[in-house]
Design a protein around this ligand. Structure first.
Ligand code: AMP
Length: 663
């Protein structure tokens, strides 16, 4: 055998043994023999570096260091799941989807909801090419090197698989591995991890892949995207099992609501026997055609729902209530209680949300309160033990003044929250606002982490968001932890942030109740900050999905002269306060209403949407007489097809659409 043949044969053998061991629980050779083969391969690879393969079994050992995790856009966004704790809501969900689909839906796939960190893997010609974390759903971090060390993830696939596809799964840390890891850490005097879930997600972002390799993580897969030949989701999962992915045997098809409930009841009882943690059940419409028809809301697929198990509950003594000031001035009361262990995490604080909530619960300091937490859910107080109320309890008197700046708190009519209105004088709010402004979702100023914001504020270098664009390099150098290079980098990222589009800017300036979606809606509707400032109450309410609460908040914001001054200064610094129409590549679509349906091969849905808007089109999800064109991909919904035929609306492919834009 030539060295190349030897290397190939060893690699094939090791991939195969690895697959059998980690996915099928079969070992054809002993651990020692396996290690010896691996060592032999390592030696040969060192000697003949010309036969390097990025997916060789030797990469599983780790050793590569990732200094910085690059982020990439997901080809298909990673949505979260609608969730419920009630069986009745599952019945409601089925009614809803049947109404939308226009027919009975009675084929579901029931799966466990694994509690770990989700991951998206991209395979090309049977080889793992890239692994991205979920991130914010739109963009994730490239953790490929770390993912390759997880032994039950195939680096090379078996059988007949699609040329290119993506598969999603949950990286989990089995409970016994978690316990062993903590025992080792205890012995080394290192801080302990709080639960398997956080440890799994933290492990993916470790810089040293060798350390990741030692953590005994696993990956359970639950969905495939970009494969177009299957009829059922369950069929697709079965196929991926053949390709080498670990699909837990627990998944089960259900043909009626009772079968779904049986699955839930079975696992609710059995979950404590599983060697890993789950926090519920996921129910998915099994037909891919119906899934495509039902599509997604802006946040979640309509064709799936998760049923979460009721959280673990414990009682503990309420010691005090303290108050936090948020970046928008909202005051949040926080309950501090004697520490308890809930679902494997030590908990000693929980938000009480607002004064109404405290009143509703009827709590007094000294009460034994019930605290609940399940999976990733934030702990919350759900009541107190009436029989155990001590004779000496103190009323909780909601504060009247801001714990930070001392100004009088106000309660806005129709809102539960108390607010500190000194938005430009209250330190916590100012720092919070600046942190929000520079954050990744905001102006995305790299190298401007929360601590650095606090530092610059405390040093008197920035007092508000407009000051950021006037920061002088001389003031940065000499600051603690700031070398010349990082100061230069920061100045450069500040400059770069001026390119952010208007909708991002509008989100970043931090108007209460104006999140990303609302900012985008307002920006697209009013097109400039001047139009928005000068808009009337009626103008504002007429914008789709903008209600009274948002309108009042927007109006309040622009009525404050200090805010107007900040906007003026930002505008002088060349921040975008207008929709950039030059960004509109053309007006070829001339206000035409376009519907996008189905799945696409070359472009993501988001990209198509962006192209429609950039070329002067408007988007709608419903086909009706106003629809001009439907851009249809694979498995376009039958109802949409029917309506298009009836109304004589052309359905064009993504390629036709691109051609149309090019003309
Ligand atoms: P949530 O984070 O509660 O919105 O739930 C969505 C997350 O559940 C996904 O991003 C996955 O990480 C996770 N998940 C775990 N098991 C499954 C499953 N069987 N199907 C879909 N998602 C799952």
């Amino acid at each position: 055998m030539t060295p190349e043949e030897q290397i190939t044969s060893l690699r094939n053998k090791l991939h195969h043994y690895n697959y059998l061991y980690y996915n099928k629980d079969e070992s054809l050779i002993s651990d020692l023999e396996f290690d010896m083969l691996l060592k032999k391969l390592e030696k040969l690879e060192k000697k003949y570096p010309q036969f390097y393969d990025e997916n060789s079994p030797t990469v599983r050992v780790g050793g590569e260091i990732t200094k910085k995790f690059k982020s990439f856009s997901h080809r298909y966004p990673m949505y979260s799941l609608a969730n419920t704790y009630s069986k009745n809501e599952i019945i409601e969900w089925i009614k809803r989807i049947e109404k939308k689909y226009g027919n009975k839906v009675n084929d579901f796939n029931c799966e466990l909801k694994f509690d770990g960190a989700s991951i998206n893997l991209y395979y090309e010609r049977g080889k793992l090419k890239r692994a991205l974390t979920r991130g914010d759903g739109i963009k994730g971090d490239d953790v490929t090197l770390n993912i390759k060390t997880i032994k039950n993830i195939p680096l090379i696939l078996n059988g007949i698989y699609p040329e290119k596809f993506e598969i999603r799964g949950e990286v989990i840390l089995p409970i016994d591995s978690f316990i062993n890891l903590n025992n080792e850490r205890k012995a080394k005097g290192l801080p302990l991890f709080s639960n398997p879930r956080n440890t799994a997600s933290g492990s993916l972002k470790l810089q040293d892949s060798k350390e990741v390799a030692s953590r005994k993580l696993k990956c359970f897969f639950y969905s495939v995207v970009g494969e177009n030949s299957s009829i059922y989701h369950s069929e697709l999962l079965e196929k991926s099992r053949q390709w080498g992915f670990f699909i837990p045997e627990s998944m089960k098809r259900a043909n009626s609501i009772n079968e779904i409930f049986d699955f839930i009841d079975f696992w609710e009882k059995k979950k404590s026997e599983l060697p890993y943690e789950i926090d519920g059940i996921v129910i998915k419409v099994n037909s891919i055609k119906i899934q495509n028809e039902l599509d997604f809301t802006s946040k979640v697929p309509r064709w799936a729902i998760s049923y979460k198990f009721k959280a673990e509950r414990q009682s503990t003594k309420l010691l005090s209530v303290t108050y936090q000031v948020g970046r928008t001035g909202a005051i949040t009361p926080v309950a501090n209680f004697e520490p308890i262990n809930l679902s494997g995490t030590i908990v000693k604080r929980a938000s009480l949300h607002n004064s109404d909530q405290i009143e509703k619960l009827g709590l007094r300091i000294g009460d034994y309160v019930y605290v609940e937490k399940g999976g990733e859910i934030i702990p919350k107080i759900v009541g107190f033990d009436k029989l155990r109320r001590p004779s000496l309890v103190n009323d909780i008197k909601f504060i009247e003044n801001c714990p930070d700046c001392g100004s009088k708190l106000e309660k806005i009519q129709g809102e539960a929250q108390h607010y500190c209105k000194a938005e430009n004088n209250c330190k916590t709010q100012i720092i919070g606002k600046i942190q929000h402004f520079v954050s990744r979702k905001g102006m995305n100023i790299e190298g401007f982490g929360s601590e650095r914001v606090s530092l610059l504020f405390n040093e008197g270098i920035i007092n508000n968001i407009a000051d950021i664009y006037e920061v002088e390099i001389e003031k940065l150098i000499n600051l603690e932890g700031m070398a010349e290079k990082s100061a230069l980098n920061l100045i450069e990222s500040i400059k770069q942030s001026k390119k952010q589009p208007f909708q991002k800017v509008l989100f970043s300036i931090g108007i209460r109740h104006v999140g990303e979606t609302v900012a985008s809606k307002l920006a697209n509707h009013f097109e400039s900050i001047d139009n928005l400032i000068n808009s009337s109450y009626d103008d504002l309410v007429s914008v789709e999905e903008i209600g009274e609460k948002i309108v009042n908040s927007v109006k309040n914001y622009f009525e404050n002269p200090e805010n107007l001054l900040i906007i003026e200064r930002l505008s002088d610094a060349d921040i975008n306060f207008k929709i950039d129409k030059t960004k509109n590549k053309s007006n070829i679509l001339n206000g035409d209403i376009i519907v996008i349906s189905g799945t696409f091969e070359n472009l993501t849905r988001e990209k198509i949407k962006q192209l429609v808007l950039e070329n002067g089109g408007k988007l709608s999800s419903a086909v009706n007489s106003k629809t001009k064109i439907i851009i249809g991909g694979e498995s376009i919904g039958p109802t949409k097809k029917q309506k298009a035929k009836l109304l004589n609306i052309p359905i064009i492919s993504e390629n036709d659409f691109l051609k149309m834009l090019n003309t």
